[in-house]
Design a protein around this ligand. Structure first.
Ligand SMILES: Nc1nc2c(ncn2[C@@H]2O[C@H](COP(=O)(O)OP(=O)(O)OP(=O)(O)O)[C@@H](O)[C@H]2O)c(=O)[nH]1
Ligand SMILES: [Zn+2]
Length: 358
């Protein structure tokens, strides 16, 4: 039926459900499970899930490492839910905020038998909903009816990491401090997800390499003038250079906090105040250092007619990702601005652990 939602639309709906604390149903072959995000799960829904069966807690191997739980599935750990565990217990496992005050969480009974495919998909969904990567998974016996009204996703043949396709929605002129000749383009994915923007300066010649910047959203740096990172000065310096050269393209990608969302980035900041660096903080939360999908940037550049760039960046991974996605990076243009006393440690960590060029 053409009126019903497609797989990617269902996934988007499922993200909304998880953010609201509503469980979703994942199925794969004869297997099925109800899934809820720990961060948003209300006590009455936990009680309902317990009435149906025995929920399991899934966390990423990154979080499991901090908690000293065994990750038998490699990239994730499945933990049996103790009888006395309530939403407070679940949150304490998911959220590292009080790890230092309560270092002895556990011991955890990690599960070894059975299949982790649905757990893995559930964690992927929670991450893409910008929730903490911790989910309750309630396996359902084969052929048992799924609760009415619950969003159902059949994962057979599904690729949760498939790149969304973006469509240009509108573009309009925007005179800016950096250039009189600015133009903002808005791109929207077909699945109801995050929109991204392209800021075109002047009228870049599509047949030549364009001065380009892929900027990931940083609310704290771009808007608030945070001294903890260099994002705001980088954003303005990139636009200024494009203005001076008379042409350029800046992608403003809504991938806040290297793709973990603002709430999780603020959790990471709270951990940084406890002494962890930017990479360690992500790991303790259960994320990888960088959860961004750089395919989006490449797709938008292509849609705008650019195949070749002079990329403003200090991040060699961005260059490699663009090349891998078929965008020719003919030159790296360094972007070194905004060093402060407060971000010296952050920038040093990025150089030491993430390979950033100094
Ligand atoms: N998770 C997390 N994200 C952060 C932190 N500090 C800044 N960010 C985010 O990091 C991203 C920085 O993006 P970019 O400006 O593209 O930086 P980059 O990958 O270092 O590469 P270049 O600036 O091009 O060299 C933004 O999304 C910020 O919100 C942090 O401590 N933790
Ligand atoms: Zn920043």
């Amino acid at each position: 039926m053409t009126l019903g939602p497609t797989l990617s639309e269902r996934l988007s709906r499922a993200r909304g459900d998880l953010r609201m604390g509503v469980p979703v149903a994942l199925t794969l072959g004869t297997g099925a499970a109800l899934v809820a995000a720990v961060e948003t799960l209300p006590p009455d829904r936990l009680a309902d899930l317990r009435r149906i069966g025995r929920p399991e807690l899934a966390i990423t191997a990154r979080r499991a490492e901090t908690l000293k739980a065994r990750a038998y599935d490699g990239d994730l750990a499945r933990i049996a839910l103790p009888d006395e565990a309530d939403v407070g217990w679940l949150l304490a496992v998911a959220d590292p905020v009080d790890d230092l005050r309560h270092p002895m969480k556990g011991p955890f009974h990690a599960l070894r038998e059975g299949d982790a495919t649905l757990h893995r998909a559930a964690l992927e969904l929670a991450k893409s909903a910008h929730l903490l990567p911790a989910v309750l998974v309630l396996p359902l016996p084969p052929a048992s009816p799924l609760p009415e009204g619950v969003t159902q996703i059949d994962l057979t043949g599904a690729d949760l990491r498939a790149a969304a396709q973006f469509t240009p929605v509108v573009h309009a002129r925007l005179p800016m401090e950096a250039s009189q000749f600015g133009r903002v383009h808005v791109f929207r994915p077909e699945d109801g997800g995050e929109e991204h923007y392209a800021i075109e300066i002047g009228q870049p010649d599509r047949s030549k390499p364009v001065l380009a910047r892929l900027h990931s959203a940083c609310f704290t740096g771009d808007v608030l003038g945070s001294l903890k990172c260099d994002c705001g000065p980088q954003l303005r310096a990139a636009l200024q250079q494009m203005g001076e050269e008379g042409a350029g393209i800046l992608l403003y990608l809504n991938q806040e906090g290297r793709g973990i969302g603002l709430a999780n980035k603020m959790r990471a900041y709270a951990l940084q105040d406890q002494g962890f660096d930017t990479v360690e903080a992500n790991h303790r939360l259960g994320f990888e250092d960088d959860e961004r999908d750089f395919r989006i940037g490449a797709q938008l550049l292509r849609r705008l007619g650019f195949g070749s760039v002079r990329l403003l960046t200090n991040n060699p991974k961005k260059i490699a990702m663009m090349q891998a996605q078929g965008i020719d990076v003919v030159e790296r243009v360094p972007l070194k601005v905004g060093q402060t006393e407060q971000n010296a440690g952050y920038l040093a960590t990025k150089a030491a652990k993430s390979g950033h060029l100094l």
